[in-house]
Design a binder for this molecule. Structure first.
Ligand SMILES: *[C@@H]1O[C@H](CO)[C@@H](O)[C@H](O)[C@H]1NC(C)=O
Ligand SMILES: *[C@@H]1O[C@H](CO)[C@@H](O)[C@H](O)[C@H]1NC(C)=O
Ligand SMILES: *[C@@H]1O[C@H](CO)[C@@H](O)[C@H](O)[C@H]1NC(C)=O
Ligand SMILES: *[C@@H]1O[C@H](CO)[C@@H](O)[C@H](O)[C@H]1NC(C)=O
Ligand SMILES: *[C@@H]1O[C@H](CO)[C@@H](O)[C@H](O)[C@H]1NC(C)=O
Length: 494
């Protein structure tokens, strides 16, 4: 017997003898996710313009683990029919993917439309519709047109206007196919890794400033995109619009120490709260204003490093999330390190929070340095979001595990199983509204600064083969089974 068969037998015996399975609600949506830059390839094909990730990987290959880029990636631009055939085989309810802005507007602006790019997405929409697969569409997943990056990208408030023109065009062209829109993907990640470090495009390490300006422009751009949809398209298209927010769960290092509990809460407000608070409650979280304003003043800045919203902007942003698009991968332990009036010579959002992060040595690791398997963190995160923002409808739109290209990926299955069990508990025991789950990712792809070294796919892609051969992993069969049975064994995931 192969390892696969033995494991199947163990799962089967477990199922028969204990019979402890949990069932997902009938209307719970199962899907998978990808993004344009990570899978499409065809970076300079059929009229596409340069994105800031094209520019970044071509100019700073040393910042990518394996010095690779996504010029070809999975070549999904040319192989989308094969990729959709896997979606059909999995029988997912939905497919989350993104539209490449520079494939639609090569220079970022609407004075030049690349109709070949538009037609590519229409072909994908039509094929999905044929198989009854709901598209969940991200309008922006980090591939900013490079000419707009040259103008300052996400630190330039004028970007809001350019984004507005782009999203209006997408609603016009694709809106008839789409019920779930995502304006922007994970601004936290871009703003930290791209504007406060050199790790991600554009690699502008503007410590203590870039992080907040980037968040500010993202929030204004999202709100504008939301209002355009509501004012001009909702009546005929009846879709929902959200911004996709990612979070690590923050656990106090010492739960019986009040200062640790406060440090964890403060970190949640500086990360998820930076977006959730303006969207649901209005304006930045108070603790963020207090800390950054205070430190900026003590550091002698003429104005706070945290940009201020006008009262019109506060009202404009508040209430612009039809559902809560949540990404969750992992957790951290948090402890306080200093009073915010100390270490004034250092300007960084980390110093503004006054905390340090670590991990629990009992958490199982993945091959990716930041990703530990902490399933209960997802349940905690769902509950935190529900409590802070008055029980929004939550749609988990990314969750997944990294390994080094193994086909018998039982660590991934274990990770997914645990996270889905904790999602079910949030629904059944905590009575939270979680409407669906997107597994990241359908297939191996370009994992940003990790290049192709880390694989997240339930389908393996052989990047050295001529045809970029796709091979399903054990986790693919596991997920397909789950989608069909809608039941899961949660015995081992208390
Ligand atoms: C597209 O980029 C590739 C490198 O990835 C290059 O070899 C090719 O000449 C380019 N094609 C066009 C049309 O610029
Ligand atoms: C796919 O899922 C739908 C809806 O959940 C179900 O009705 C259908 O029978 C499934 N198809 C297959 C081939 O399993
Ligand atoms: C945790 O905090 C409590 C309260 O401050 C303290 O009594 C205890 O010693 C701390 N535990 C550890 C392991 O540091
Ligand atoms: C700030 O000052 C501390 C203490 O004098 C020193 O250890 C640290 O390296 C300084 N940091 C920077 C960024 O200058
Ligand atoms: C690649 O795919 C093409 C078209 O399906 C096929 O003709 C060719 O034999 C394949 N090449 C390899 C090396 O598998």
């Amino acid at each position: 017997m192969s390892i696969k068969q033995i494991l199947f037998l163990i799962v089967f015996i477990n199922f028969v003898s204990f019979g402890r399975t949990d069932k997902f609600p009938d209307n719970f949506l199962f899907g998978v996710a990808t993004s344009a830059y990570q899978i499409e390839g065809a970076w300079n094909q059929s009229g596409k313009g340069e994105s800031m990730w094209d520019w970044f990987t071509h100019n700073f290959p040393e910042r990518i683990q394996d010095t690779s880029n996504a010029d070809i990636a999975c070549d999904s631009y040319n192989r989308y029919e094969e990729d959709v055939s896997f979606l059909k085989d999995l029988n997912v309810s939905f497919y989350r993917f993104s539209i490449s802005w520079p494939r639609i507007f090569p220079n970022g602006q609407n004075n030049r439309v690349n109709w070949e790019g538009v037609n590519y997405y229409i072909a994908v929409f039509k094929l999905l519709k044929e198989f009854n697969i709901e598209p969940v569409v991200t309008l922006y997943h980090w591939d900013l047109p490079q000419p707009l990056n040259n103008l300052g990208g996400w630190t330039n408030p004028l970007l809001v206007d350019y984004f507005a023109n782009y999203v209006r065009f997408c609603y016009e062209q694709f809106g008839q196919y789409v019920k779930y829109w995502i304006t922007l993907n994970e601004p936290q990640t871009t703003c930290i890794n791209g504007y406060s470090s050199t790790e991600f495009a554009p690699g502008y390490n503007i410590k203590g400033l870039g992080f907040y300006y980037c968040a500010y422009v993202h929030l204004l751009a999202h709100a504008r995109a939301y209002h355009i949809y509501k004012d001009e398209f909702y009546e005929t298209q009846q879709g929902k619009v959200s911004i996709d927010l990612t979070m690590r769960w923050m656990e106090p290092l010492n739960k019986s120490d009040e200062s640790h509990v406060l440090a964890a809460e403060r970190t949640l407000q500086f990360t998820m709260g930076l977006y959730g608070h303006p969207l649901y409650l209005g304006d930045w979280p108070q603790i963020v204003k207090d800390n950054v304003d205070k430190r900026s003043e003590l550091q002698g800045y003429a104005r706070s490093r945290l940009p201020k919203f006008t009262s019109e902007q506060i009202d404009f942003i508040k209430g612009t999330n039809d559902y809560f698009a949540l990404n969750y991968y992992t957790s951290n332990l948090v402890y306080p390190t200093h009073d915010i009036t100390e270490d004034l010579n250092e300007t960084s959002y980390g110093k503004d929070m006054g905390v340090s992060l670590s991990i629990d040595s009992s958490w199982p690791s993945s091959t990716s340095s930041w990703l530990y398997n902490v399933p209960y963190g997802l349940r905690s995160m769902i509950n935190w979001v529900a409590e802070q923002y008055d029980n929004p409808e939550i749609f988990i739109l990314e969750n997944g595990f990294a390994d080094l290209h193994t086909l018998d990926d039982y660590d991934r299955i274990n990770y997914l199983n645990g996270h889905l069990c904790h999602t079910l508990r949030a629904i059944n025991e905590d009575k939270r509204t979680v409407i669906g789950y997107a597994l990241w990712s359908l297939m191996d792809n370009f994992e940003w600064s990790d290049g192709y070294e880390q694989s997240f796919g339930i389908i393996a892609v052989d990047f050295s083969s001529v045809n970029l051969t796709r091979t399903v992993r054990a986790s693919y069969e596991w997920y397909k089974n789950l989608i069909e049975s809608r039941t899961i064994d949660c015995e081992d995931f208390e």
